[in-house]
Design a protein. Structure first.
Length: 344
């Protein structure tokens, strides 16, 4: 771990009472810990985590834009490399909430994410530009990248969709870079005051590549053009791609189905029957399937029609946990699963 300290803070700590003050982190053995876990797709790598601690005991003087002095909390920044868990795709780091020491350091925030392991896969001299990042704030201070976009209670569980974004820029010198295009910008930010577990699962749709090309001449009306995976090209003056358009192209669903207020009631949630056969406890010879959407989220009260291995037809509504009604083992595995409109 590499510690970084502002020069103003170092000067202050060594001048207090004419003696040096120990400004180092010294987490007590019984400190609460926050576990940060990242599930890393095979084409990506886990980035080094940037962890920040703050102290109200060891402050330093800063200045406003107008030159007026004011006191700021001291801070220490650490770089921590998350560790792979066995041979899995999970990478983990444990962060002490109490940083200890003479300054009584407290965990403030962590920045982490994923990046392309081999940007050159997209061409010679291609570099990684960003995207796939997360900032989690554990107190009431902003991070170095600003405030929190959302507040969450309890632990933070994230599963987010990303698309490869190959972009070429010409003004100021030619550059070709690869980014991860998601629902936000480079970083998604959250405030999680009570979290003790943070889990991040980026889902990379590597077969749906987005391309962009910046203007070659800086001139009014010259915009960056985006070529989407379906071949359509858009140059509407925006600097970033339309995430809902990417989702629509991949899934075939209407774009507004991906908004929070429309997702649950969208007429097409792309239902599927999960293949696992779940024996019914206390009812030998019977079991159930689960009806879920394209991401594996259960679909309660969804009408299904199954043609079993025995040729029999079984139809009903899925239960609150997405499970079918109990079915005889003779249905497994099913020949056909349909999800027609619910009969009136």
């Amino acid at each position: 771990m590499i510690a970084k300290m502002p020069i103003a803070l170092l000067t202050l700590l060594f001048s207090l009472s004419g003696c040096a003050k120990d400004y180092g982190l010294a987490p007590p053995g019984d400190s609460e810990q926050i576990t940060v876990t990242v599930k890393v797709p095979k084409e990506l790598v886990a980035e080094t985590m940037q962890v920040k601690y703050r102290s109200t005991q060891c402050t330093f003087t800063d200045h406003t834009a107008g030159g007026r002095p004011y006191q700021r909390d001291g801070y220490q920044s650490l770089d921590i490399q998350p560790l792979r868990q066995g041979q899995s795709d999970l990478f983990e780091a444990k962060l002490a909430v109490d940083g200890g020491g003479d300054c009584h350091w407290r965990l403030s925030n962590v920045t982490f994410g994923v990046a392309y392991a081999n940007p050159a896969h997209f061409g010679e001299n291609v570099t990684f530009a960003g995207g796939g990042g997360v900032v989690v704030i554990f107190d009431h201070n902003n991070s170095s990248r600003g405030g929190a976009g959302r507040e969450v209670d309890g632990d933070l569980i994230l599963k987010k969709e990303y698309y490869p974004w190959v972009k070429e820029n010409f003004i100021g010198g030619y550059r070709k870079r690869i980014s991860l295009a998601g629902e936000g910008g480079i970083y998604l930010s959250y405030q999680a005051l009570t979290a003790r577990k943070v889990y991040f699962e980026p889902v990379l749709h590597s077969d749906f590549v987005l391309y962009s090309s910046g203007p070659k001449v800086k001139k009014k009306g010259n915009y960056t053009s985006f070529t989407y995976p379906d071949g359509t090209t858009v140059a509407d003056g925006k600097w970033h791609p339309d995430f809902l358009r990417l989702q629509t192209i991949r899934t075939g669903r209407p774009a507004d189905c991906f908004t929070v207020w429309r997702y649950a009631t969208c007429p097409d949630r792309r239902p599927q029957l999960l293949p696992d056969w779940l024996p019914e406890p206390g009812k030998p010879g019977y079991g159930r399937y689960i009806v879920a959407d394209e991401w594996g989220n259960t679909l309660p009260s969804y009408f299904y029609r199954l043609v079993g291995k025995d040729g029999q037809v079984y139809q009903d509504l899925s239960e609150r946990n997405g499970r079918t009604k109990p079915l005889p083992e003779s249905v497994h595995p099913v020949r056909k699963a349909e999800f027609p409109k619910r009969p009136s």
